[in-house]
Design a protein around this ligand. Structure first.
Ligand code: MRU
Length: 340
């Protein structure tokens, strides 16, 4: 299932807020629309918001009325500023914006060449995402055995990427190789990406999935019902992994129960310029906590915290699966030291 497409100056994507109850495809036509789609989480997931931001710049280039290259570059920079303010934690967003801007600034030809270069770069990034995810799947599948029961958190599937996913790529690839794996998806409060999106995606593919609430993770592990944990990532820094809130809890529980804990992410999610304490954790609206859907569940006026991500120290991560292969924790630490 391809989550996002460029179609002659329009970006088509599925409104993930409505899934699984409604599959509504929406059209995004300019940078401002793209920025609000990202902020409101019509589309979400680190690799996907990276590609979406690239497409936001492509929309600006495609529809621009600029007559000079310098003017178009200025419009792109303004769009980049808007996009950078949408969500702070996933590094892919910033990585993608920088890559497209760099491409734009390097164009030697005329205005039309600049326009084409920006659009082609965004399309190329979308296609590369799918290829990288296939590679993540191929490498990661080696870690899974026939019959493995894999716990995953949030949604790191096709819906979080252009296609195929990261954590779910590993599960899909193992399944395609004939390994009879099954998945335990936790619901992932407050936005319920596990219940709404991971369960939906896996059921579409016919991969066995069992849904649990977040507070059941310790119980299912203690009962020996989980063989491996695989999650995605929003930013992998030198000493930890930022991912959906709740990942840290699962990692600590996995260590207690001697269950391997793997992170699957493309290298565009690596950020060796930062340590855990430098990562900005997005704080989202209190409404996400006091409401489930449109039903209020907490008293008016209650104080709320709603951090959207947490950071799992690298000591809890057994390996990172990226498009280049599987990095053990020790290999990752060495790489991070060399690159930071
Ligand atoms: O707030 P979200 O839904 O954008 O958060 C998504 C996650 O935390 C995913 O696990 C992460 O982006 C990896 S997706 C391949």
């Amino acid at each position: 299932m391809r989550t996002i497409e460029w179609s002659n100056g329009i970006v088509v994507t599925i409104d993930q807020r409505l899934l699984p109850l409604e599959e509504r495809w929406i059209e995004i036509r300019d940078c401002a629309e793209m920025a609000s789609a990202i902020k409101e989480m019509k589309l979400r997931g680190a690799p996907l918001i990276g590609v979406a931001a690239a497409y936001g710049l492509a929309l600006t280039a495609y529809h621009s009325k600029a007559r000079r290259k310098e003017d178009l570059i200025q419009e792109l920079e303004e769009c980049a500023r808007i996009l950078r303010r949408t969500r702070p934690t996933a590094v892919n967003l910033f990585w993608a914006i920088d890559r497209v801007l760099e491409k734009a600034r390097s164009v030697k030809g005329d205005l039309e060449d600049l326009r084409d270069a920006v659009v082609s770069e965004a399309i190329r990034m979308a296609d590369e995402d799918v290829k990288m995810n296939r590679e993540i799947g191929r490498h990661g599948a080696k870690l899974l055995s026939d019959g493995d029961r894999v716990l995953t958190h949030c949604n790191a599937g096709s819906l979080a990427t252009v296609d195929y996913g990261t954590a779910l790529a590993v599960i899909r690839a193992a399944w395609e190789e004939g390994k009879k794996v099954s998945v335990i998806a936790d619901e992932t409060r407050p936005k319920l990406q596990g219940a709404r999106l991971t369960a939906y995606e896996l059921m579409r593919d016919g991969i066995p999935v069992t849904l649990i609430t977040d507070n059941m993770v310790g119980y299912v592990m203690s009962k020996g019902l989980v063989d491996k944990v695989i999650v995605g990532a929003d930013r992998i820094v030198v000493d930890g992994v930022a991912n959906k809130i709740g990942t840290y809890t699962i990692a600590v529980l996995a260590k207690e129960h001697k269950i391997p804990f793997y992170v699957a992410a493309p290298t565009s999610t690596f950020d060796f310029s930062k340590r855990s304490e430098d990562v900005i954790i997005e704080e989202r609206s209190s409404d996400e906590v006091v409401y489930i859907g449109s039903v209020r569940i907490a008293p008016e006026g209650v104080k709320v915290m709603n951090p959207a991500f947490d950071i799992t120290p690298i000591k809890y991560v057994d390996a990172i699966i990226c498009e280049e292969g599987v990095l053990t924790r020790e290999e990752f630490i060495k790489l991070a030291k060399a690159r930071s």
